[in-house]
Design a binder for this molecule. Sequence first.
Ligand SMILES: *Cc1c(COP(=O)(O)O)cnc(C)c1O
Length: 233
Amino acid sequence: MTMISTNLQTVRNRIDAACLAAGRASGSVQLLAVSKTLGPETVAQAFAAGQTAFGENYIAEAVHKIQALAALPIEWHCIGPIQSNKTRLVAEHFAWAQSVDRFKIAQRLSEQRLTHLPPLNVCLQVNVDAGANKSGVTPDELQTLAHAVAALPNLKLRGLMCIPEPAPDFAAACAVFAKAQALLVALNRSGLSLDTLSMGMSADLEAAIHAGSTLVRVGTAIFGGRAPSPAGA
Ligand SMILES: *Cc1c(COP(=O)(O)O)cnc(C)c1O
């Protein structure tokens, strides 16, 4: 077995154990492998080990990778900041955009989605711990944004994504993730039907699963350390 396949198995075991501990069905949490800064050959290795969903932060870098791996049935998720001038690339190349936090971006993604593709799956990034200088819609503005985005024709609003600051311990991490879960429940009570709560990374996926995560985004625990971000990304 390669190191990547061993690591993937370890992460899948952690997810299963966390589901068991939380009294949740194993299989209720999807694993997204975060492959930012890694080359297409590394993604191909993880794919060969059974991983089919990959998350990317840097859009231009991701598009090269997506094109290089076009022969593989990979589900690509955009999880990094989306500027207006990058919406077309996201709309044309990705299955999911998890990091939408403004109506203007959602509107452009809907307008630019290619008509032969299924609707772009969207999560709204929410700033649950009010981290300074962080992207994400505030909890106060979420309800209005969610209903506006849900009405756009070529998008399918699936849920919420959050990236809280690292918490000092398990209980504190659970408390922050529980805020995101409560926001999702409130949106569903207000008439939406959202099924995705994207939260939890290498260091805190157990707490996220405890609090109701349905999709964990894991990079380092699968691929090891990363090279620095590409310049200009
Ligand atoms: C890099 C990144 C991850 C993965 O983080 P690890 O700590 O390497 O698991 C998850 N989500 C987002 C948005 C990221 O940028």
